[in-house]
Design a protein around this ligand. Structure first.
Ligand SMILES: *[C@@H]1O[C@H](CO)[C@@H](O)[C@H](O)[C@H]1NC(C)=O
Ligand SMILES: *[C@@H]1O[C@H](CO)[C@@H](O)[C@H](O)[C@H]1NC(C)=O
Length: 388
C-alpha cells in the first residue's frame, strides 16, 4: 500500500469516525438480538429503536447487521424522534413469526409519526413476511411494512417477499420516495399488493421490480401527486388508481403520473377502477411510455368495479383528464383497451396518444368503449370507437 493510499484510507476512516460519532449507531445486537432466525428479537428491536429515536444529533442509525436473520413480531416504531433523521439500515433479514401468535394486529412492522426516516437495505436487506402461513386463511391478514403518519421518508435498496397481505403500505404520509426495491410473492398469493398508497401526498415509486399476487402498485383514496417511474411489474394485477367510492363513499385521487413501466404477463396493466355508487373523483392521471408483454387486460377504465349493473343510476366517481401516451406491446386476449364507463356521463377528457397493442398470439385486437368522452391523436391501434 502506497503512502498516499494509506493516508487517504486513514483520512477516510477518520471521516467515518466523525460521522459515526455525530450520528450514533444503535446495533440491535447490542440490545440483545440473537439473529438466529428462531429466538424472538422483538424486544431488542424495540429497545434499539427507543435509543435511536431518543438520540440527539442530525441523525441516528438503527443497524440490523448482515448475514443474520432476526425474528421480529408485530412492532410499531413510533416517533417523533429527537434527531432530524432516523436511518434504519437493514443489512440482514428480518423474519416474521408464523401467523398464529400475532393475528390481533393489522401490521407487521409499522413506522408511525416519524419525520425524516430512511429505511435502506444496501441491496442485501430482506423483509420476509412468511405469508405462506396466512394465505390459506380467511381471517384478517397483515401488511408487512406500514409507513403511517410520516413525512420525508425514503425506502430504498431492500427486498420484501411473501407478505401476509400488502408488502408496503404508505398511509397518511407525505414526501415519501420508494426506490430500488424488489418485491416478490407468488402470482396466486391473495391481496399481496407490492405498494399501496392512500391518503398521502408527494409519493414517488421508482426503479423497482415488483411481482406479486395482486396489484404491483395500487394508488388508493386520498392520493395526490404520486409518481411511478421505472417499474418492471409482473406477475400481478398491474398498476391501479382508484378502488374509489366503495359503499357510496366520497373519495378522490389526482395528479397521478405513471411512466416508464414494463408489464410482463400481468392480469391488468394501466387500470383505473371505481365502485359503482361512489362519489368524488379520479382526475389528472397520466400513463406514459408503457410497455406490455402478454398482458390480459392492458388498458382498463372500470366505473363498475364490483358489478352492480342491475341497479340503475347509482352515480359514479367522476373520471376526467386521463391521458395515455405511447403505449405499446402485446395483449394475451383480443380486447386491448376497455373503457367501461357508466351512463352518468362522468368519464370525460380521456386523451389517447400513440398506442400500438397487438395480439400476443396473432390476430387483430379491439377496443371496447362505452360512455367515455375524449379524443385520440397519432397512430392508435386498436381504434377506440367512442373517442373523437
Ligand atoms: C391534466 O392532467 C395533467 C397531468 O396528467 C396535468 O398536468 C394538467 O394540469 C391537468 N389539466 C387540468 C385542466 O386539470
Ligand atoms: C418492452 O418490452 C420488451 C420485452 O420485454 C423489451 O424487449 C423492450 O426493450 C421493452 N421496451 C421498452 C421501451 O421498455
Amino acid at each position: 500500500m502506497g503512502i498516499r493510499t494509506a493516508t487517504l484510507l486513514l483520512a477516510g476512516l477518520a471521516w467515518c469516525g466523525v460521522l459515526v460519532a455525530a450520528a450514533g449507531v444503535f446495533n440491535v445486537k447490542d440490545y440483545g438480538a440473537r439473529g438466529d432466525g428462531t429466538t424472538d428479537d422483538t424486544k431488542a428491536f424495540m429497545d434499539a429503536w427507543t435509543a435511536a429515536c431518543g438520540a440527539r444529533g442530525w441523525s441516528a442509525t438503527l443497524l440490523v447487521p448482515a448475514a443474520k436473520s432476526f425474528l421480529v413480531g408485530p412492532t410499531r416504531f413510533s416517533g417523533p424522534c429527537a434527531s432530524s433523521r432516523i436511518i434504519v439500515q437493514v443489512m440482514g433479514t428480518i423474519t416474521a413469526p408464523p401467523a398464529r401468535p400475532w393475528s390481533e394486529k393489522n401490521y407487521w412492522l409499522m413506522f408511525y409519526q416519524v419525520h425524516g426516516l430512511t429505511v435502506t437495505g444496501g441491496s442485501t436487506g430482506l423483509l420476509d413476511g412468511r405469508g405462506g402461513t396466512w394465505w390459506g386463511d380467511k381471517c384478517k391478514r397483515h401488511a408487512a411494512l406500514v409507513v403511517m403518519n410520516c413525512a420525508d421518508v425514503e425506502l430504498s435498496q431492500f427486498s420484501s417477499k411473501n407478505s401476509p397481505q400488502m408488502h408496503i403500505a404508505v398511509s397518511q404520509s407525505s414526501k415519501v420516495h420508494l426506490t430500488q426495491l424488489t418485491i416478490t410473492a407468488p402470482w396466486n398469493s391473495p391481496n399481496t399488493d407490492g405498494v399501496h398508497i392512500d391518503r398521502s401526498q408527494d409519493v414517488r415509486v421508482t426503479r423497482s421490480t415488483i411481482g406479486t399476487g395482486d396489484d404491483c402498485i395500487s394508488i388508493g383514496p386520498g392520493s395526490q401527486f404520486v409518481t411511478v417511474d421505472g417499474i418492471v411489474c409482473g406477475p400481478g394485477h398491474g398498476v391501479s388508481a382508484g378502488s374509489l367510492g366503495r359503499k357510496g363513499a366520497t373519495e378522490s385521487v389526482e395528479y397521478i403520473d405513471v411512466k416508464n413501466v414494463q408489464f410482463i404477463n400481468t392480469a391488468n396493466g394501466a387500470r383505473i377502477k371505481t365502485w359503482q355508487g361512489g362519489k368524488g373523483y379520479a382526475r389528472s392521471i397520466s400513463f406514459t411510455d408503457i410497455n406490455f408483454t402478454n398482458v390480459d387486460h392492458p388498458v382498463v377504465i372500470n366505473q363498475f368495479y364490483v358489478d352492480r349493473r342491475d341497479v340503475p343510476n347509482m352515480g359514479a366517481v367522476a373520471l376526467s383528464n386521463i391521458t395515455y401516451t405511447n403505449l405499446k406491446g402485446t395483449t394475451r386476449y383480443k380486447t386491448a383497451v376497455e373503457f367501461d364507463c357508466s351512463e352518468s356521463g362522468s368519464c370525460t377528457n380521456i386523451h389517447v396518444n400513440s398506442v400500438a397493442i397487438t395480439a400476443a398470439y396473432g390476430g387483430e385486437t379491439v377496443a371496447r368503449c362505452q360512455n367515455a368522452q375524449g379524443d385520440t391523436s397519432g397512430y392508435v391501434y386498436p381504434k377506440i370507437p367512442c373517442l373523437r
